[in-house]
Ligand binder design. Structure first.
Ligand code: T46
Length: 184
């Protein structure tokens, strides 16, 4: 399991294009303020056009999903996310690499998930995250496979997570690669 700092350097990130920026929280006697996004930070390739906020109970798994059109940039506001990643892009220098990065809300960071990088979110505790996308929601760009497909290279610390019907019914990685046109 990797810490977010491993993804800070675009030139040396474990998965090409997955880059994260640690965020600074300004606390005072009233509470605190954290900048979560500046276009000038160049997190992601494009400017988000839609933002979502998501509440998850403990032991929830969202994914594994893949997009061919839109990228996600995300940050965790409360609790902790274990972000599973798998590079499915045949032309990528890190093709075939899987990783899990721990994203606790008390070490805030914004991370970009490029097109072609499969991803899943596991929440060991009740959590809240937000994420921005550079295309409006489009169900035709919501691909995915079973969360625990061995070929993803994601060593989830979960046995029997809570899944949506969509994720329960998801197919194999081979089927996903075929549908996505990413089979070699
Ligand atoms: C993403 C989205 C969803 N919805 C509706 C569709 C469903 O009725 C409900 C839950 O959607 P879904 O089950 O797709 O949510 P997650 O399982 O958290 O998946 C989402 O987060 C993962 C990890 C992703 O990467 C996907 O892009 C995204 O679908 O919200 C909307 O109305 N607008 C939206 O932009």
């Amino acid at each position: 399991m990797l810490e977010i700092e491993a993804f800070a350097d675009a030139a040396a990130t474990p998965i090409s294009g997955v880059v994260a920026k640690s965020l600074i929280t300004h606390a005072d006697s009233r509470g605190d303020l954290t900048e979560i996004y500046r276009k000038s930070w160049s997190i992601g390739s494009n400017t988000p056009v839609q933002w979502n906020v998501v509440h998850s109970a403990a032991n929830v798994m969202r994914g594994v999903h893949l997009h061919l059109k839109h990228e996600d940039i995300l940050t965790v506001l409360q609790g902790e996310m274990l972000l599973g990643l798998s590079d499915l892009r045949p032309s990528s220098p890190t093709h075939g690499t899987g990783a899990i990065v721990r994203m606790p809300a008390d070490s805030p960071a914004m991370i970009a998930i490029p097109v072609g990088v499969a991803h899943g979110f596991y929440f060991p505790v009740p959590s809240i995250h937000i994420y921005g996308v550079d295309f409006d929601f489009d169900r035709t760009d919501e691909l995915g496979c079973r969360w625990n497909e061995p070929g993803l290279g994601i060593d989830w610390p979960a046995d029997d997570p809570i899944l949506s019907e969509r994720d329960t019914d998801a197919g194999s990685l081979a089927q996903l690669l075929d549908v996505a046109g990413l089979s070699e």
